[in-house]
Design a protein around this ligand. Structure first.
Ligand SMILES: Nc1ncnc2c1ncn2[C@@H]1O[C@H](COP(=O)(O)OP(=O)(O)OP(=O)(O)O)[C@@H](O)[C@H]1O
Ligand SMILES: [Mg+2]
Length: 493
């Protein structure tokens, strides 16, 4: 079985697509978009030829020449249809098929092979392949098969959407994300909301951990009971115990009256222990005991209080690492990590950026009671290329600031903070990320070259021969490059 890991790098993700999470207005736009096909074939020539044909027919096509690469792509991007060679070096077409069926059963897979055999065909169909075609294939037949597959997917998605609306499960709609990574988050959330399972939400700052915790609570049977959040990192260690478990009058200096703790207030509801990685060691032990025994006492009291609570904790630190270094108790870690939910950083799900940006623009304009503004293409592209160290929270803040400061109806790149609109070579991670909108590769490379030449010229005190030496190219190449890059003035000097 192939292990589903977290995404390693941002693959060239594609435009937004129909999702059960999308709102009706967005659905229409997405349905009008081209169907997205992933074509997997290790025979590069045949892959390119088929890809061109399919593009000509009007499909958006991504190609991949190995099962490994295809799986990386699939972790972040959902496709409407996958056409895969059955025999691939390493991870085979059947492995890809199994992964897809496990991950997003609504995606149709057609397998191609040059070595047709009844056995593999049967296996492929049994594993859920929609169809099976042999090479060299008949293009007209393939076209029909593709249309059929896309129609089937459309019906499945439509059905799923209607069913969910009918059952009132159309409910995480304040959490935006159509990337595969977010779809996995939603599907895990759906599975756990009805249960009392302990959940550990993991993710960098601003990725939406608290939002997810709240959504789970407000969709759970405990929704009418309290949701109490406490930031374990923000409260001094000596106060945290009484904050969590309460105290009785006289328990310590300053305890002038009985006071319930967060656990007591949250009883029968959900407690959200944020920044759990920062919980002081002495309290880790107590928390473990409380979770095991389902009861606790207020500080200074012997009276047991029975606990009936759902626990969701969250952290942006590597808890496993803290366990290894002895900063976090291993037994507590296992108690908390019953169901982990990983929220990937925004730069690893760039496909979500446009929808998130539009969501915040609409929300903020509504809150500020001003007419809706739109995001210009140049601004959207800059946002898609930016690396978002502060994740979704940073985007929300930037959009709010931009809307507050601009009078124009369309947000342009110039309206965004300079970090976002700046030269790509300075703001993007390396290598620069390809976004759903595509990337102007020549411009990025030119930006990088221009930047390096300018630095070398400064270091070489304006002497081109010296700058060329520093860049390990010859002087003539340097002069040619400078001319090509619009640095004529310096080149001629
Ligand atoms: N997928 C999303 N869709 C819509 N809004 C989001 C999403 N993710 C995060 N947000 C918004 O971004 C902001 C930050 O989210 P949240 O506070 O849940 O992040 P966090 O992971 O808890 O951050 P921190 O680690 O800094 O506490 C919130 O306003 C939240 O509503
Ligand atoms: Mg938080």
């Amino acid at each position: 079985m192939i292990k589903k890991g977290r995404k390693v790098s941002s693959p060239p993700s594609l435009a937004l697509r129909l999702s059960v999470k999308s709102r009706p207005a967005e659905r229409k736009i997405q349905m009008a978009e081209k169907s997205q096909i992933l074509l997997i074939d290790d025979d590069e020539q045949s892959c390119t030829a088929l890809s061109l044909l399919l593009k000509k027919i009007g499909y958006a096509v991504e190609t991949s020449h190995s099962g490994e690469h295809a799986l990386k792509l699939l972790q972040d991007v959902s496709f409407d249809l996958i056409i895969s060679d059955l025999v691939l070096p390493g991870i085979s077409g059947i492995d890809v098929l199994k992964w897809v069926k496990d991950d997003s059963p609504e995606t149709c897979v057609i397998l191609i092979t040059g070595k047709a055999s009844a056995e593999t065909a049967v296996e492929a169909m049994r594993e859920g392949a929609l169809d099976y075609i042999t090479k060299p294939f008949n293009l007209d037949r393939l076209k029909v098969q593709i249309e059929k597959a896309l129609e089937k997917r459309r019906l499945i998605m439509e059905n799923k959407y209607l069913r969910q609306q009918l059952h009132g499960r159309y409910r995480f709609d304040n959490i935006i994300g159509t990337s595969q990574a977010m779809q996995r988050v939603f599907s895990r959330m759906e599975k756990v909301t009805a249960t009392d399972s302990t959940i550990l939400v993991l993710g960098a700052s601003g990725t939406g951990k608290e939002l997810v915790a709240r959504a789970i609570h407000y969709n759970s049977p405990r929704k009418d009971k309290p949701f109490i959040a406490i930031n374990c990192g923000a409260i001094p260690a000596e106060l945290l115990e009484s904050e969590l478990f309460g105290h009785v009058k006289g328990a310590f200096t300053g305890a002038i009256a009985d006071s319930p703790g967060k656990f007591e207030v949250a009883n029968h509801g959900t407690i959200f222990l944020d920044e759990i990685g920062d919980m002081p060691q002495q309290l880790q032990m107590k928390l473990l005991r409380v979770l095991q025994e389902h009861e606790f006492e207020r500080v200074g009291s012997n009276q047991k209080i029975h606990l009936n609570i759902r626990l969701i904790s969250a952290t942006n630190v590597d808890l496993q690492e803290r366990v290894k270094t002895g900063q976090f108790r291993e037994d507590l870690y296992y108690r908390l990590n019953v169901i982990p939910i990983h929220l990937p950083p925004l730069k690893e799900r760039r496909g979500d950026i446009p929808q998130l940006a539009r969501f915040f623009v609409e929300k903020i304009c509504r809150e500020m009671k001003r007419p809706q503004v739109t995001i210009g293409d140049d601004a959207m592209q800059a946002m898609e290329e930016y690396h978002w160290p502060g994740n979704v929270r940073e985007m929300e803040n930037i959009i709010e600031r931009t809307i507050a400061l601009t009078d124009s109806q369309i947000i342009g790149r110039k309206d965004l903070p300079s970090d976002i609109g700046k030269s790509l070579s300075k703001t993007t991670s390396f290598p620069p990320q390809v976004t759903p909108r595509g990337i102007n590769m020549n411009r990025v490379i030119a930006d990088i070259e221009r930047d390096m030449i300018a630095q070398a010229m400064v270091l070489g005190h304006g002497v081109k021969a010296r700058a060329a030496e520093l860049l390990k190219i010859n002087r003539t190449t340097l002069v040619e490059k400078m001319k090509r890059l619009g640095m004529e003035k310096q080149a001629d000097e």
